[in-house]
Design a protein around this ligand. Structure first.
Ligand code: NAD
Length: 317
């Protein structure tokens, strides 16, 4: 049974993953090569817990004990030596991850399960230098950002891991109230990122052709397709509407929609001009320098409310 967790990399994803396991009572060792990252991660976790408590998602009294369950490390061997489950959220560089797994294979106990939060690297390539026995205990567990608020975790189900070990991982995620899905093929981007890129490609194309303002395109998504996607999903929606209708509309529309195989040209232009969004004050919208924190807080609050609402429609089967 998985009890002791290690999270490697305390950045955008790692801090939120550590926070989530600790919120649900797990003992967590959080490791980073940069000590400053560990310090800022702990501060960020405390802030996020405060907001969740203000929004009545967690009890205020639980914050201190949650923080006490997260132990900070800069020594990899010490981080993982007694751990049952280790999840890595280090930068998306294949060699870096391969080297890390080589060390983990050596430092971890034979029963330890090794998971990667990779967004785009194949499990097969990350496993290249590790022992055959450990390959049975390696898995991709892809979380969504922000990790402590987004329910989805995609689990690779590629056949390398025996069923009983896989079920242990699934049960781990059930115990922290995540919605897992099994991804059956080792494909770049797994499932959710591919769907998201498909939507983003058309959204960027619509703004490029001047079909509507940024605000109206976002509203069309939020109050149109995304509104029902949150509750029902594309395939069930297709069934509800009728596959014949989807077939006809697909024939009419898909040929006039964006087919490009690269990132959108207008998006690339904005990047080259340094317009990177909130962090530089301009992207598709403009931002005042002092409003970044309140925008992020409002985003997090909305997700907390969405998370509470999802109790009604989440798949409990
Ligand atoms: N950011 C996202 O939205 C997102 C979403 C899902 C998955 N991911 C994936 O999660 C992983 C981490 O992404 P991130 O956005 O959190 O990155 P990040 O840059 O925010 O954090 C990475 C952390 O790893 C640390 N690090 C660097 N080398 C290390 C090493 N050898 N050992 C331990 N720590 C090391 C860095 O100091 C940093 O704190 C990547 O594989 C990424 O593709 C990211």
């Amino acid at each position: 049974m998985i009890k002791k967790i290690a999270v490697l990399g305390a950045g955008t994803m790692g801090h939120g993953i550590a926070e989530t396991f600790a919120m649900y009572g797990y003992d967590v060792n959080l490791y980073d090569v940069d000590e400053n990252k560990l310090i800022s991660a702990k501060k960020e976790i405390a802030e996020e817990l405060r907001l969740m408590s203000e929004e009545s998602f967690i009890e205020a009294e639980s914050i201190e004990s949650t923080l006490e369950r997260i132990h900070l490390f800069t020594d990899l061997k010490a981080t993982v030596k007694d751990r049952d489950y280790v999840i890595e959220a280090v930068p998306e560089i294949l060699e870096l991850k391969q080297n890390l797994y080589k060390k983990l294979d050596e430092y971890c106990s034979p029963h330890t399960i090794l998971a990667s939060n990779t967004s785009s690297l194949s499990l097969t390539s990350m496993m290249e230098f590790i022992s055959e026995n450990r390959k049975e205990r390696m898995i991709v567990n892809h979380w969504y950002n922000p990790a402590h608020l987004m329910p989805l975790v995609e689990l690779s189900y590629f056949g390398n891991m025996p069923e009983d070990i896989f079920q242990e991982v699934e049960e781990l995620y059930q115990s922290i109230k995540k919605q897992t899905v099994r991804v059956l093929k080792d494909i770049p981007g797994l499932i959710a990122n591919r769907i998201q890129q498909g939507i983003a490609r058309e959204v960027f194309s619509l703004i490029e052709m001047g079909a509507a303002t940024s605000d109206d395109i976002d509203k069309a998504l939020k109050f149109g397709p995304a509104f029902r996607y949150a509750t029902t999903g594309q395939l069930k929606i297709a069934d509800l509407g009728g596959l014949d209708i989807w077939c006809t509309v697909g024939d009419n529309l898909l040929k006039v929609m964006d087919h490009s195989e690269q990132a959108n040209a207008m998006l690339r232009q904005k990047v080259s001009e340094g317009k990177l969004g909130l962090k530089t004050g301009e992207g598709f919208y403009e931002y005042k320098t002092d409003e970044a924190n309140s925008i992020k807080e409002t985003f997090a609050k909305k997700l907390i409310h969405q998370l509470k609402a999802s109790e009604y429609y989440i798949d409990k089967s």
